[in-house]
Design a protein around this ligand. Structure first.
Ligand SMILES: NC(=O)c1ccc[n+]([C@@H]2O[C@H](COP(=O)([O-])OP(=O)(O)OC[C@H]3O[C@@H](n4cnc5c(N)ncnc54)[C@H](O)[C@@H]3O)[C@@H](O)[C@H]2O)c1
Ligand SMILES: O=c1ccn([C@@H]2O[C@H](COP(=O)(O)OP(=O)(O)O[C@H]3O[C@H](CO)[C@@H](O)[C@H](O)[C@H]3O)[C@@H](O)[C@H]2O)c(=O)[nH]1
Length: 440
């Protein structure tokens, strides 16, 4: 099949590469010429495990191409996947300017049937806006052409995006009309060999399904984070509580890890956007508002522990920070808890030496030439000259450190562990004041 993917970010690039892997001819469009230059030069603009080889293989096979040429991209695919960003607007609603710009381009340039598929996370009603935008362009041109607009939200996780796309749990398709549905069935057939994973529904339900999924997962995390703080008050261990409740199949083990708050480009923005959508329709989502408030507070939890240990004024103190990305296996720092922690430490007069296996280039871009932040070559180097260690991201390489060495290197041997990586007794036996989240 000939497919155009609009936007070559985490979703667009992964989708384009994986669709090409299944034998489709995919043209990926981006408005950012630097990204397209990197891709055409054989590079990958993001860190995503396994993506480089899928891209390289399909580029070499002639099935995957990258362009900034809008006309070529509209001409190429019968299927036009929109995978551009939908960042939060000032009021928390999703900013649809990039989605609608892509839609207008299609309407302005199409000459035959197009199935336009919203893969970006978009509020309920967006497919209608996309339809209207395309129709307005066709009307302006005075032409009549058939097209459909479908919703096909993406559920991939960063750090596991290729795996998630290749082996999805489910493929949600919101579409009307047999032509659109059968095209989407055909394109996704290779991704569901063992069972039918397509969940076909109306467009509005599909749009809401995406927000419902992220809101539910965020709710589980905020719930556990609040219980973790309660466990600290009560002298209970949230890890044992997690195991105790996760074994109930009605609850399950996934997304029950307490920590220093959820981040990333999706949960924070999608929770906000759903709250906004609800309030615009006259509904107050009380549970979800609490989820957001709890998460904002949780991003401060390491700061509170540090202040309790070292006092409000941290002038002259240096903190080693392990982990900058919002989660392991990505270089993405959007809404990362590390940003909140580092900002608070600097504002209290401290300095920071940070280490992250892949996100330090992104951190330098975000923090610029801030002289109070240094970057270490490895986790051990970050400890040198530091008063204490704060762990923000659960990279595998942080899981089995040499605790005796940490105890000897830190000026005051304290670990503030925002991801509960260690068995408290093991760390404490090494003479370290170990401060996890919600553990005795
Ligand atoms: N990142 C994820 O894990 C994830 C997972 C599922 C869904 N989503 C959703 O998918 C969408 C994309 O997310 P992302 O993380 O890939 O975003 P991103 O910011 O990484 O990438 C978006 C890309 O779209 C490009 N773009 C903007 N306007 C364009 C236009 N008119 N034509 C062509 N390209 C254009 C940008 O230059 C950018 O490269 C969002 O709605 C997001 O909520 C993201
Ligand atoms: O038990 C847990 C699980 C996750 N997190 C945090 O939650 C955030 C989000 O993690 P994750 O969901 O793994 O990453 P994303 O790549 O943001 O993926 C989410 O957001 C995507 C964009 O919408 C969806 O497609 C995915 O299904 C959804 O999991 C991260 O900060 C994690 O540290 C926790 O604190 N505790």
């Amino acid at each position: 099949m000939k497919i155009t993917v609009i936007g070559t970010g985490y979703v667009g690039l992964v989708s384009g590469a994986c669709l090409a892997e299944m034998g489709n001819h995919v043209l990926c469009l981006d408005v950012d010429p630097r990204k397209i230059d990197v891709l055409n030069g054989g590079g990958i603009p993001i860190h995503e495990p396994g993506l480089d080889s899928v891209v390289a293989r399909n580029v070499a096979a002639g099935r995957l191409q990258f362009t900034t040429d809008v006309a070529a991209s509209v001409a190429h695919g019968t299927l036009q996947f929109i995978a551009v960003g939908t960042p939060p607007d000032e009021d928390g609603s999703a900013d649809l300017q990039y989605v609608l710009a892509a839609a207008r381009n299609i309407g302005r340039l199409m000459t035959d049937y197009k199935l336009v598929i919203d893969k970006s996370t978009v509020p309920v009603g967006t497919a209608d806006k996309v339809k209207a935008a395309i129709q307005a362009e066709l009307d302006a041109r005075g032409v009549t052409l058939e097209f459909s607009v479908a919703s096909n939200p993406e559920f991939l996780k960063e750090g596991a995006a290729v795996e998630d796309f290749m082996k999805p749990d489910r493929i949600v398709v919101g579409a009307e009309g047999e032509r659109a549905i059968s095209l989407l069935r055909a394109v996704y057939a290779p991704f569901q060999r063992n069972r039918d994973k397509l969940v076909v529904m109306d467009v509005r339900s599909a749009e809401l399904t995406k927000y419902a999924a992220n809101a539910m997962l965020a709710t589980r995390i905020s719930f556990m984070n609040e219980l973790a703080l309660l466990a600290e008050n009560l002298g209970a261990d949230i890890e044992l509580v997690r195991q105790g409740i996760g074994s109930d199949p009605r609850i399950g083990y996934h997304f029950l890890y307490a920590g220093c708050g959820y981040g990333g480009s999706c949960f924070p923005k999608d929770v906000k956007a759903l709250i906004r959508t609800a309030s615009e329709s006259g509904r107050d989502l009380k549970v979800l508002q609490a989820v957001e408030d709890a998460n904002d507070a949780q991003k401060q939890v390491l700061v509170h522990k540090i202040v309790k240990r070292f006092g409000e004024d941290l002038a002259g103190k240096r903190f080693a920070v392990w982990g900058l990305a919002f989660k392991p296996n990505t270089d993405d720092m959007r809404e990362a808890s590390a940003r909140v922690l580092i900002g608070e430490l600097l504002s209290r007069g401290a300095t920071v030496t940070a280490y992250d296996p892949v996100a330090m280039t992104e951190a330098r871009r975000i923090f610029g030439d801030e002289p109070r932040i240094g970057y270490a070559e490895n986790p051990d180097e970050a400890l040198v000259g530091a008063d204490a260690l704060a762990i923000v991201t659960e990279w595998k390489e942080f899981r089995s450190p040499d605790f005796a060495r940490i105890a000897n290197t830190l000026k005051t041997p304290v670990i503030f562990d925002g991801r509960n990586l260690y068995e408290p007794k093991v760390v404490r036996d090494a003479g370290i004041d170990y401060q996890p989240i919600g553990r005795v």
